[in-house]
Design a protein around this ligand. Sequence first.
Ligand SMILES: *[C@@H]1O[C@H](CO)[C@@H](O)[C@H](O)[C@H]1NC(C)=O
Ligand SMILES: *[C@@H]1O[C@H](CO)[C@@H](O)[C@H](O)[C@H]1NC(C)=O
Ligand SMILES: *[C@@H]1O[C@H](CO)[C@@H](O)[C@H](O)[C@H]1NC(C)=O
Ligand SMILES: *[C@@H]1O[C@H](CO)[C@@H](O)[C@H](O)[C@H]1NC(C)=O
Ligand SMILES: *[C@@H]1O[C@H](CO)[C@@H](O)[C@H](O)[C@H]1NC(C)=O
Length: 356
Amino acid sequence: MAPYLPLGLLVLAWLAAGVQAHVGAWHIGMYCLNGTSGRDDHNTNDAVLPLYNMTKENWWFHHDNGCDQFPPEDGDFLDLPVNGTFTVEHAVNRAFTTLSYNGTEIAEFGDGEDHPGMGKEGADGDCITAINIHTQNETMAAGTAFAISYQSDLSAVTPENLVVFTVLYHSPWKRIATYSVPNLPACPPEGCICAWGWVPNGCGLANMYHLGYRCKVVGHTGDAAVAPGQPPVWCEDDPERCVQGPKQMLYWHQSEGNNIEVEGYDLSGHLKSPAYNDKCGFKNGAQHDIFLDKGSAVPTSIPASPMRHKLPSLIPSAPRDRRGRGTAIEVLLEYAHRFLMMAYSLPLFVYYYARV
Ligand SMILES: *[C@@H]1O[C@H](CO)[C@@H](O)[C@H](O)[C@H]1NC(C)=O
Ligand SMILES: *[C@@H]1O[C@H](CO)[C@@H](O)[C@H](O)[C@H]1NC(C)=O
Ligand SMILES: *[C@@H]1O[C@H](CO)[C@@H](O)[C@H](O)[C@H]1NC(C)=O
Ligand SMILES: *[C@@H]1O[C@H](CO)[C@@H](O)[C@H](O)[C@H]1NC(C)=O
Ligand SMILES: *[C@@H]1O[C@H](CO)[C@@H](O)[C@H](O)[C@H]1NC(C)=O
């Protein structure tokens, strides 16, 4: 028995490393909340598997592993309060959100850890490996966005009618992420389709994220419809070139359906990586320049959805003594896991830096 133990540990740690990888924006209104196994999987990362070099059919709303086939439960929406904010949880696995295990595994960061001081010590350009968030520190985090399509049926959503309406610079970083909403008009009665996007800036493979939500604008809604989106362009070196007005999400490094290409280096000397920030003409916060003329939508008053899930921002993430709970085997696993995370990330770093 004994000789097999280390191997078993390694395999387990390797599995854990897989579970650890990458980040999604978790909310009860999302597609793929339960994962794609057909059961209620509290420990799923199906929604956060990154998209790279895929056909359009496969990356579009994460069709690759079937996430687009698992809509939220009837009546569950991502509520978008007009001129207000909404909160989601950035996490590497549902396990580390308030949507699993009664929120007992949550922490400051989306891997169930608090990581005190992470990204602060030594501005030496080292990529963070303790959690796979593709960045050196909070400042370097590329930015994430939500887009909205005024279609209730996911099959009617197109790159043109899925328009970025909010951007959060320097994210993903901690678990709690709060986005601002502009003066959006009302959705059709069955709701809108929203998407979350992130294109990491280095520190790993140049992949992207495209996750679906059933969303709904609530409150006193706006009187102007959202105009079709244009593909964003790289404009860090020439703000005049930035696309003004409504923009599509960023579709990059896939085998099909890309809407942006870049070459060479950005002003800081890193390989250009399109992102939801000023390098591609996205302002931080609510996007107020995405509308047609006033009068192109009928204002109305839409009540908020019944609260089926406590907003993550309302749940305190009290510091816990996590180590104290661990048995010897759990502590060993944790260290094996950390080691393997580093080993696992190495080829990605090599791949990235080899191109520089
Ligand atoms: C997730 O699974 C639970 C338990 O089976 C079920 O009640 C719920 O409807 C499922 N949610 C979704 C979005 O499929
Ligand atoms: C992308 O995928 C195609 C096949 O689908 C493959 O030929 C090509 O080498 C891949 N490119 C990269 C950069 O991985
Ligand atoms: C969550 O809390 C409820 C009520 O406090 C309890 O009945 C349930 O067993 C808990 N579930 C888990 C997974 O801990
Ligand atoms: C963040 O990382 C970048 C790249 O390594 C570095 O230039 C910058 O000084 C760091 N910022 C902070 C606040 O540590
Ligand atoms: C939202 O803000 C706009 C100005 O940007 C204002 O005209 C509108 O009345 C506000 N609506 C609500 C519900 O606060």
